[in-house]
Design a protein around this ligand. Structure first.
Ligand code: AMP
Ligand code: MN
Ligand code: MN
Ligand code: MN
Length: 292
Protein backbone atom coordinates (compact mmCIF):
# COMPACT_ATOMS: atom_id res chain seq x y z
CA UNK A 1 0.00 0.00 0.00
CA UNK A 2 1.27 3.46 -0.91
CA UNK A 3 -1.16 6.21 0.13
CA UNK A 4 -0.46 9.71 -1.19
CA UNK A 5 -3.11 11.75 0.61
CA UNK A 6 -2.00 15.26 -0.36
CA UNK A 7 -1.63 16.43 -3.98
CA UNK A 8 -2.63 19.28 -6.30
CA UNK A 9 -3.91 19.66 -9.85
CA UNK A 10 -4.37 22.72 -12.02
CA UNK A 11 -7.83 23.24 -10.45
CA UNK A 12 -5.71 24.96 -7.76
CA UNK A 13 -1.98 25.68 -8.08
CA UNK A 14 -0.75 22.36 -9.48
CA UNK A 15 0.69 22.03 -12.98
CA UNK A 16 -1.15 18.90 -14.13
CA UNK A 17 -4.70 18.16 -15.22
CA UNK A 18 -6.47 15.69 -12.88
CA UNK A 19 -6.15 12.80 -15.34
CA UNK A 20 -2.41 13.45 -15.77
CA UNK A 21 -1.92 13.45 -12.00
CA UNK A 22 -3.73 10.11 -11.76
CA UNK A 23 -1.51 8.68 -14.51
CA UNK A 24 1.59 9.89 -12.69
CA UNK A 25 0.36 8.33 -9.44
CA UNK A 26 -0.17 5.01 -11.26
CA UNK A 27 3.32 5.24 -12.80
CA UNK A 28 4.74 5.80 -9.31
CA UNK A 29 2.90 2.77 -7.83
CA UNK A 30 0.59 4.83 -5.64
CA UNK A 31 -2.36 2.68 -4.51
CA UNK A 32 -4.48 5.36 -2.76
CA UNK A 33 -4.59 8.95 -4.00
CA UNK A 34 -6.33 11.99 -2.54
CA UNK A 35 -6.37 15.07 -4.75
CA UNK A 36 -6.38 17.88 -2.19
CA UNK A 37 -6.59 21.10 -4.16
CA UNK A 38 -6.69 24.37 -2.23
CA UNK A 39 -10.31 25.16 -1.32
CA UNK A 40 -11.88 23.24 -4.21
CA UNK A 41 -13.01 19.67 -4.88
CA UNK A 42 -13.66 20.27 -8.59
CA UNK A 43 -10.79 18.09 -9.88
CA UNK A 44 -13.00 15.02 -9.52
CA UNK A 45 -15.52 16.53 -11.96
CA UNK A 46 -12.81 16.57 -14.62
CA UNK A 47 -11.72 12.95 -14.43
CA UNK A 48 -12.76 11.23 -17.62
CA UNK A 49 -11.57 7.64 -17.25
CA UNK A 50 -14.26 6.28 -14.99
CA UNK A 51 -14.48 3.71 -13.57
CA UNK A 52 -11.27 4.43 -11.74
CA UNK A 53 -8.31 2.17 -12.50
CA UNK A 54 -8.28 -0.95 -10.38
CA UNK A 55 -4.77 -0.41 -9.09
CA UNK A 56 -5.60 3.02 -7.71
CA UNK A 57 -8.28 4.07 -5.25
CA UNK A 58 -9.28 7.72 -5.28
CA UNK A 59 -10.26 9.37 -2.04
CA UNK A 60 -12.11 12.71 -2.12
CA UNK A 61 -9.87 15.41 -0.74
CA UNK A 62 -9.36 19.13 -0.19
CA UNK A 63 -6.83 21.43 1.52
CA UNK A 64 -8.52 24.31 3.32
CA UNK A 65 -6.65 27.51 4.19
CA UNK A 66 -7.47 28.46 7.79
CA UNK A 67 -6.49 30.88 10.48
CA UNK A 68 -5.24 30.04 13.94
CA UNK A 69 -4.08 32.93 16.10
CA UNK A 70 -3.88 35.03 12.91
CA UNK A 71 -1.55 32.49 11.31
CA UNK A 72 -2.28 30.65 8.08
CA UNK A 73 -2.71 26.92 8.77
CA UNK A 74 -3.74 24.25 6.25
CA UNK A 75 -6.28 21.55 7.07
CA UNK A 76 -6.66 18.58 4.72
CA UNK A 77 -10.05 16.87 4.46
CA UNK A 78 -10.29 13.24 3.31
CA UNK A 79 -13.10 10.90 2.41
CA UNK A 80 -16.08 13.26 2.66
CA UNK A 81 -19.25 13.53 0.60
CA UNK A 82 -18.16 16.26 -1.78
CA UNK A 83 -21.75 17.26 -2.51
CA UNK A 84 -22.33 18.25 1.11
CA UNK A 85 -23.90 21.73 1.10
CA UNK A 86 -22.15 23.06 4.23
CA UNK A 87 -18.73 22.03 3.00
CA UNK A 88 -19.33 23.43 -0.50
CA UNK A 89 -20.66 26.66 1.03
CA UNK A 90 -17.44 27.04 2.99
CA UNK A 91 -15.32 26.30 -0.10
CA UNK A 92 -17.27 28.88 -2.16
CA UNK A 93 -16.53 31.52 0.47
CA UNK A 94 -12.87 30.59 0.52
CA UNK A 95 -12.69 30.82 -3.29
CA UNK A 96 -14.27 34.26 -3.15
CA UNK A 97 -11.69 35.31 -0.56
CA UNK A 98 -9.02 34.07 -2.97
CA UNK A 99 -10.41 36.16 -5.84
CA UNK A 100 -10.77 39.19 -3.60
CA UNK A 101 -7.19 38.82 -2.40
CA UNK A 102 -5.95 38.49 -6.00
CA UNK A 103 -7.80 41.65 -6.96
CA UNK A 104 -6.38 43.52 -3.97
CA UNK A 105 -2.94 42.36 -5.05
CA UNK A 106 -3.70 43.53 -8.59
CA UNK A 107 -4.48 47.03 -7.24
CA UNK A 108 -1.22 47.10 -5.31
CA UNK A 109 0.69 45.87 -8.33
CA UNK A 110 -0.94 48.54 -10.52
CA UNK A 111 0.22 51.19 -8.07
CA UNK A 112 3.72 49.87 -8.65
CA UNK A 113 3.20 50.04 -12.44
CA UNK A 114 2.67 46.31 -12.98
CA UNK A 115 -0.60 45.71 -14.81
CA UNK A 116 -2.55 42.71 -16.02
CA UNK A 117 -2.73 40.30 -13.06
CA UNK A 118 -6.50 39.77 -13.18
CA UNK A 119 -6.44 39.23 -16.94
CA UNK A 120 -3.58 36.73 -16.51
CA UNK A 121 -5.45 34.80 -13.80
CA UNK A 122 -8.59 34.60 -15.94
CA UNK A 123 -6.69 32.65 -18.61
CA UNK A 124 -5.76 29.82 -16.18
CA UNK A 125 -7.67 26.53 -15.76
CA UNK A 126 -7.81 26.95 -11.97
CA UNK A 127 -10.88 27.26 -9.83
CA UNK A 128 -8.96 28.46 -6.75
CA UNK A 129 -6.49 31.26 -7.51
CA UNK A 130 -3.35 31.13 -5.45
CA UNK A 131 -0.29 33.19 -4.64
CA UNK A 132 1.57 30.51 -6.59
CA UNK A 133 -0.13 31.83 -9.75
CA UNK A 134 0.71 35.40 -8.78
CA UNK A 135 4.34 34.28 -8.35
CA UNK A 136 4.28 32.85 -11.91
CA UNK A 137 2.89 36.16 -13.16
CA UNK A 138 5.64 38.13 -11.40
CA UNK A 139 8.29 35.85 -12.92
CA UNK A 140 6.73 36.16 -16.38
CA UNK A 141 6.79 39.96 -16.03
CA UNK A 142 10.41 39.93 -14.89
CA UNK A 143 9.47 41.34 -11.47
CA UNK A 144 10.69 38.23 -9.62
CA UNK A 145 13.63 35.97 -10.49
CA UNK A 146 12.16 32.76 -9.05
CA UNK A 147 9.32 31.38 -6.97
CA UNK A 148 11.29 31.69 -3.76
CA UNK A 149 12.27 35.27 -4.66
CA UNK A 150 8.61 36.09 -5.43
CA UNK A 151 7.47 34.74 -2.06
CA UNK A 152 10.32 36.24 -0.07
CA UNK A 153 10.20 39.75 -1.52
CA UNK A 154 6.66 40.15 -2.87
CA UNK A 155 4.05 37.71 -1.58
CA UNK A 156 5.23 36.26 1.71
CA UNK A 157 4.73 37.56 5.27
CA UNK A 158 7.13 40.44 4.64
CA UNK A 159 6.43 40.86 0.94
CA UNK A 160 5.64 44.25 -0.60
CA UNK A 161 2.40 43.04 -2.25
CA UNK A 162 1.27 40.93 0.69
CA UNK A 163 -2.49 40.86 1.29
CA UNK A 164 -3.94 39.00 4.27
CA UNK A 165 -7.10 36.98 3.69
CA UNK A 166 -9.57 36.31 6.48
CA UNK A 167 -9.73 32.53 6.01
CA UNK A 168 -12.05 30.46 8.19
CA UNK A 169 -10.87 29.33 11.64
CA UNK A 170 -9.46 25.80 11.90
CA UNK A 171 -12.47 24.68 13.96
CA UNK A 172 -14.86 25.69 11.17
CA UNK A 173 -12.90 23.72 8.56
CA UNK A 174 -12.68 20.65 10.80
CA UNK A 175 -16.43 20.81 11.55
CA UNK A 176 -17.37 21.19 7.86
CA UNK A 177 -15.18 18.24 6.82
CA UNK A 178 -16.60 16.05 9.58
CA UNK A 179 -20.17 17.06 8.95
CA UNK A 180 -19.61 15.88 5.37
CA UNK A 181 -18.46 12.51 6.74
CA UNK A 182 -14.72 13.07 6.29
CA UNK A 183 -11.53 13.03 8.34
CA UNK A 184 -9.69 16.27 9.14
CA UNK A 185 -5.88 16.27 9.01
CA UNK A 186 -3.44 18.99 10.05
CA UNK A 187 -1.22 19.48 6.98
CA UNK A 188 2.62 19.71 6.96
CA UNK A 189 2.97 20.83 10.62
CA UNK A 190 6.62 21.85 10.40
CA UNK A 191 6.03 24.35 7.57
CA UNK A 192 4.36 27.07 9.62
CA UNK A 193 7.48 28.86 10.70
CA UNK A 194 6.70 28.63 14.41
CA UNK A 195 8.87 27.45 17.31
CA UNK A 196 8.40 24.08 19.02
CA UNK A 197 6.28 25.41 21.89
CA UNK A 198 3.85 27.14 19.55
CA UNK A 199 3.71 24.13 17.24
CA UNK A 200 2.80 21.97 20.22
CA UNK A 201 0.02 24.43 21.10
CA UNK A 202 -1.23 24.37 17.51
CA UNK A 203 -1.44 20.58 17.46
CA UNK A 204 -3.22 20.64 20.83
CA UNK A 205 -5.67 23.25 19.51
CA UNK A 206 -6.27 21.15 16.40
CA UNK A 207 -6.89 18.03 18.51
CA UNK A 208 -9.24 20.08 20.72
CA UNK A 209 -11.38 20.90 17.64
CA UNK A 210 -11.68 17.08 17.27
CA UNK A 211 -9.45 16.99 14.18
CA UNK A 212 -8.46 13.35 13.68
CA UNK A 213 -5.07 13.30 12.02
CA UNK A 214 -1.75 14.97 11.38
CA UNK A 215 0.68 14.59 8.48
CA UNK A 216 3.73 12.77 9.75
CA UNK A 217 5.51 11.89 6.51
CA UNK A 218 5.73 14.16 3.49
CA UNK A 219 8.14 15.10 0.74
CA UNK A 220 11.68 15.93 1.57
CA UNK A 221 11.15 15.57 5.31
CA UNK A 222 14.22 15.04 7.48
CA UNK A 223 13.98 11.80 9.52
CA UNK A 224 14.48 13.76 12.78
CA UNK A 225 11.65 16.13 11.89
CA UNK A 226 9.48 13.14 11.01
CA UNK A 227 10.26 11.67 14.46
CA UNK A 228 9.15 14.95 16.01
CA UNK A 229 5.89 14.91 14.01
CA UNK A 230 5.36 11.28 15.11
CA UNK A 231 5.63 12.26 18.79
CA UNK A 232 3.23 15.18 18.29
CA UNK A 233 0.85 12.70 16.69
CA UNK A 234 1.10 10.19 19.52
CA UNK A 235 1.06 12.74 22.35
CA UNK A 236 -2.19 14.22 21.04
CA UNK A 237 -3.94 10.93 20.28
CA UNK A 238 -4.06 11.67 16.53
CA UNK A 239 -3.86 9.41 13.48
CA UNK A 240 -0.87 9.68 11.13
CA UNK A 241 -1.23 10.68 7.48
CA UNK A 242 1.18 10.69 4.53
CA UNK A 243 1.29 12.72 1.33
CA UNK A 244 3.69 14.34 -1.10
CA UNK A 245 2.00 17.76 -1.50
CA UNK A 246 2.80 17.27 -5.18
CA UNK A 247 2.36 20.39 -7.34
CA UNK A 248 4.52 19.97 -10.43
CA UNK A 249 6.87 17.44 -12.08
CA UNK A 250 9.57 20.14 -12.16
CA UNK A 251 9.95 19.86 -8.37
CA UNK A 252 11.47 16.36 -8.41
CA UNK A 253 11.81 16.37 -4.63
CA UNK A 254 8.02 16.56 -4.24
CA UNK A 255 6.90 13.84 -6.64
CA UNK A 256 3.68 11.86 -6.24
CA UNK A 257 4.15 8.93 -3.88
CA UNK A 258 7.73 9.91 -2.99
CA UNK A 259 8.04 10.22 0.78
CA UNK A 260 9.22 8.08 3.67
CA UNK A 261 7.10 5.31 5.12
CA UNK A 262 5.54 6.13 8.48
CA UNK A 263 8.00 5.59 11.34
CA UNK A 264 7.52 2.42 13.40
CA UNK A 265 6.05 4.26 16.41
CA UNK A 266 3.18 5.51 14.20
CA UNK A 267 2.59 2.38 12.13
CA UNK A 268 -0.39 1.26 14.22
CA UNK A 269 -2.09 4.64 13.97
CA UNK A 270 -1.91 5.18 10.21
CA UNK A 271 -4.98 7.10 9.04
CA UNK A 272 -6.01 4.17 6.82
CA UNK A 273 -6.48 2.16 10.03
CA UNK A 274 -9.01 4.68 11.36
CA UNK A 275 -12.44 3.05 11.92
CA UNK A 276 -14.02 5.57 9.48
CA UNK A 277 -11.52 4.83 6.68
CA UNK A 278 -13.59 2.18 4.86
CA UNK A 279 -16.36 4.78 4.52
CA UNK A 280 -13.85 7.14 2.89
CA UNK A 281 -13.24 4.53 0.21
CA UNK A 282 -16.97 3.93 -0.27
CA UNK A 283 -17.45 7.66 -0.70
CA UNK A 284 -14.72 7.51 -3.35
CA UNK A 285 -16.47 4.85 -5.38
CA UNK A 286 -19.75 6.75 -5.08
CA UNK A 287 -18.05 9.53 -7.02
CA UNK A 288 -18.32 7.40 -10.11
CA UNK A 289 -22.07 7.60 -10.13
CA UNK A 290 -22.09 11.39 -9.97
CA UNK A 291 -19.19 11.98 -12.36
CA UNK A 292 -20.70 10.22 -15.35
P1 AMP B 1 -2.06 30.52 -1.21
O1 AMP B 1 -2.70 29.28 -0.68
O2 AMP B 1 -2.78 31.11 -2.35
O3 AMP B 1 -1.72 31.52 -0.14
O4 AMP B 1 -0.69 30.08 -1.85
C1 AMP B 1 0.23 29.35 -1.15
C2 AMP B 1 0.86 28.34 -2.10
O5 AMP B 1 2.03 28.89 -2.66
C3 AMP B 1 1.30 27.11 -1.33
O6 AMP B 1 0.29 26.13 -1.38
C4 AMP B 1 2.50 26.65 -2.09
O7 AMP B 1 2.09 25.84 -3.17
C5 AMP B 1 3.07 27.93 -2.66
N1 AMP B 1 4.16 28.49 -1.85
C6 AMP B 1 4.08 29.05 -0.64
N2 AMP B 1 5.28 29.50 -0.23
C7 AMP B 1 6.15 29.22 -1.22
C8 AMP B 1 7.55 29.44 -1.41
N3 AMP B 1 8.30 30.05 -0.50
N4 AMP B 1 8.10 29.02 -2.56
C9 AMP B 1 7.35 28.41 -3.50
N5 AMP B 1 6.02 28.17 -3.38
C10 AMP B 1 5.43 28.57 -2.26
MN1 MN C 1 -0.07 25.06 -3.21
MN1 MN D 1 -0.35 23.52 2.28
MN1 MN E 1 -0.80 21.33 -0.42
Amino acid sequence: MLADLHSHTWLSDGALAPQALIQRALDNQVTHLAITDHDTTDALDHIEAWPQPEQLTLIPGVEISCLWEQREIHVVGLGFDRHDATLQGLLQRQQQLRWQRAQDMDLQLQKAGITGLTRYLETLPCKAVSRNHVADFLIERGVARSKSHAFKNHLGDRGRFRVVAQWCEIGEAVAAIQQAGGLAILAHPNRYNVGNAKLRRLVQAFAATKGQGIEVSYSNIDPNVMGHMASLCIDNGLWASTGSDFHTPTQQWMDVGRFRRLPAQCADRAIWMHPAWPACIVAGSQLRATAQ
